[in-house]
Every structure is written in structure tokens, then in C-alpha cells.
Design a protein around this ligand. Structure first.
Ligand SMILES: [Zn+2]
Ligand SMILES: [Zn+2]
Length: 357
């Protein structure tokens, strides 16, 4: 890395592909903080960004990809708050206005001014319309968006900021329904980057029976390693199998990390009366809501998006206690195109993480 430039994987035109290029080295002003990137996770939503057509997303191009970032504070603006120079941190990815009621409690994922920010094409966060962490350096708008990680390995810390946080937030939306009942069942659909962490979070923070479903044998093996009580391939009789395993009544909660037509169909089929369905994945499936209809009486549906700053602190704490381990495949930053291709063909086990080389 030359002193005046930083390497960056940028989206320079809609429809991609992203290219590894050089960008000017950023200098933090006011509240900004400069991070030396140690690791950056690759997420399925990066594929949605890369594949977007002009006008699909409220972003200006070019910008650097990467919204799952861990690194070290190397320089702070004169008004910066939060972690000191030299501290190792994970970057909270959804960047809101920083001052509305939601942002004030750390829920920038649900910023009240999101529509106005989108209208201004201000970006949704790091790597989402703003320069992200697939680079040697990342400029963060404020230290409020940083959570210290201490000596946690960077490849473990980076995926916590989205895969870990989004899984934790999804579990949080159904935690009350699960209660402490050891007979309560929760079904996890899709055991990829997020799902394998959801299984661990469910085991660490609830007493529920965890049933996992995927279309890949390797993903089911990972679910078992993560503590799932039962795993099954998606087959024509999967709904019947899951109903039998839940005593014929269905699951108290279903976490759908796929969000496709087939996963939503299964979710509705196996949801208990009064059960909770959290749709996390953006797989393009649609759900018809009608009374009476396919959804059971009393069903509740949520669309959790990412998570809050306090939840990111809780996720980091679980990782420090050894209760959360991310299954990672490492790639050098310069191999970002190969990593993206592997994710696209569903070959990544757990999370793909890029390391500046
Ligand atoms: Zn993501
Ligand atoms: Zn806000």
C-alpha cells in the first residue's frame, strides 16, 4: 500500500463487476474516525448491490463495497468520540442520521430519517452507498459507530457486525415467544452465514429445541456442529417431518434466513397457532396475508433488519465468552472476485471473509 493511496474494491457501474482499484487515502475531519481494515466479511446483500440495475438502490456510484468490517483505529478527527487511536473495533454497519429518536437509542437500522437520507442518496451505511471496508482503510463518520473487540481475532470480529448482529436481532424478535420453555421449538431455515450463527445464539440464549433446514448437506453438518438438535434437507415431506418433531402442533417460531418462495411456503406450513415468523432473507419470495388464509390464527410476522448498537455489544460479548464462533473461509482482498463467485454459487461454508494482503 502506497502512503497516499488505498486499495479498494469498488462498484463503478451498476450491474458490476466490482473492480480492485486505488483510491485517495482518506483524512478524518470533525467527528470522523479512520480505521485500518483487518478483515471484511462478504455478504449475500453485497450480491444484491452488485446485481442492482440503475435506479434500484438510492446510492451514487462509485463506492467501495464491504459492510462487515473489523480493524484498528489509526486516526481520529478533532471532534471524534469513542474508541482511542490504536483500539481494535468492529464497525456498526447501518449508518442513520445519528440524532432521531431511534438513532438516539442505537437503533440506527430503523432510523426515522431513512427516507430523507435515501432521497438525498446519502447511503445506508458502510459499503451501501458510502465507501465501505473492502479496502485497506475505512473512514467512519463517527466513533459512535464503533464497538471495541479487544483481542478477538479480526476474521471472527468482522462477521459479527452483520451476520452475527442480524442473527441476534432476529432471535431477539422471537425470544419472548420462546420463553424458557424447553419444549418450545424454533425452526431455522437456511444455515449459511447468518443461520449458523442464529443456531448458536438460540442455544446460548434460549432453552428451545432448534430444528434446522437447508438444501445442502454441508450446511446441515454445520448446523449440527453449531448445536442444532435436528437437521433435515428440504424435501417434499419436510413439513410433515417438522410437524411430527414438534408434537404435531408446529414451531413456536420460524426464522427464515432464505426468504424464497419455497422457504416461506415451508415456514407457513410449520408455524404453530399463535406462532412467530421472522423473515430475514431477501430471497424474493412473497407471502399472502389474508384472514382466514394459509397463516395460522394468531400468527405474527416480523421483518427484522440488521440490528442495534446495544445488540452488537451483546454479540461481541457472546463471542468473547466463546459462545459464538463464526465458520469462515478466508480470501485475500485481491481475490474478492473469486470470493464473490463462490458465494454466488452457494459454495461458501459459513462466511467468506476478505483479509487485506
Ligand atoms: Zn450484509
Ligand atoms: Zn436517525
Amino acid at each position: 500500500m502506497s502512503t497516499g493511496r488505498t486499495r479498494a474494491v469498488q462498484l463503478t457501474r451498476w450491474g458490476g463487476p466490482p473492480i480492485l482499484t486505488e483510491a485517495p487515502r482518506p483524512t478524518p475531519t470533525a467527528e470522523e474516525v479512520l480505521i485500518q481494515v483487518e478483515a471484511v466479511g462478504l455478504c449475500r446483500s453485497d450480491l444484491h448491490v452488485i446485481d442492482a440495475r440503475p435506479g434500484d438502490l438510492p446510492y451514487r456510484i462509485p463506492f467501495t463495497l464491504g459492510h462487515e468490517v473489523a480493524g484498528r483505529v489509526v486516526r481520529r478527527g478533532p471532534l471524534a468520540v469513542g474508541p482511542a487511536t490504536g483500539e481494535r473495533v468492529v464497525v456498526y454497519g447501518p449508518w442513520g442520521c445519528g440524532s432521531c429518536a431511534r438513532c438516539a437509542v442505537g437503533a440506527e437500522n430503523y432510523c426515522d430519517r431513512r427516507a430523507a437520507l435515501d432521497a438525498d442518496r446519502a447511503g445506508t451505511g458502510a459499503g451501501l452507498g458510502r465507501d465501505g471496508g473492502m479496502a485497506d482503510l475505512l473512514l467512519v463518520p463517527s466513533g459512535r459507530l464503533l464497538v471495541p473487540v479487544g483481542d478477538l481475532a479480526a476474521v471472527q470480529a468482522a462477521p459479527l457486525s452483520d451476520a452475527g448482529l442480524t442473527a441476534y436481532h432476529a432471535v431477539a424478535t422471537v425470544r419472548r415467544a420462546l420463553g424458557d420453555d424447553p419444549a418450545a421449538s424454533v425452526i431455522v431455515l437456511g444455515v449459511g452465514g447468518l443461520g449458523h450463527l442464529a443456531v448458536q445464539i438460540l442455544r446460548a440464549t434460549t432453552n428451545a429445541q432448534v430444528l434446522a433446514v437447508d438444501v445442502r448437506e454441508a450446511a446441515l453438518a454445520l448446523a449440527e456442529e453449531c448445536g442444532a438438535h435436528f437437521g433435515t434437507l428440504l424435501q417434499p415431506d419436510t413439513a410433515a417431518t417438522l410437524r411430527r418433531l414438534t408434537g404435531g402442533v408446529g414451531a413456536v417460531a420460524v426464522l427464515d434466513f432464505v426468504g424464497s418462495r419455497s422457504s416461506l411456503e415451508l415456514a407457513v406450513d410449520v408455524l404453530r397457532t399463535g406462532g412467530e415468523l421472522a423473515v430475514v432473507g431477501s430471497g424474493g419470495g412473497e407471502l399472502a396475508v389474508r384472514k382466514p388464509g394459509a397463516l395460522p390464527p394468531g400468527a405474527r410476522i416480523s421483518l427484522p433488519f440488521w440490528g442495534t448498537l446495544p445488540e452488537l455489544e451483546a454479540v461481541v460479548s457472546l463471542a468473547h465468552k466463546g459462545l459464538l464462533t463464526v465458520e469462515v473461509e478466508r480470501f485475500p482482498l485481491s481475490s474478492a472476485p473469486e470470493a464473490i463467485a463462490r458465494l454466488r454459487s452457494d459454495e461458501v461454508r459459513g462466511r467468506a471473509v476478505l483479509l487485506p494482503d
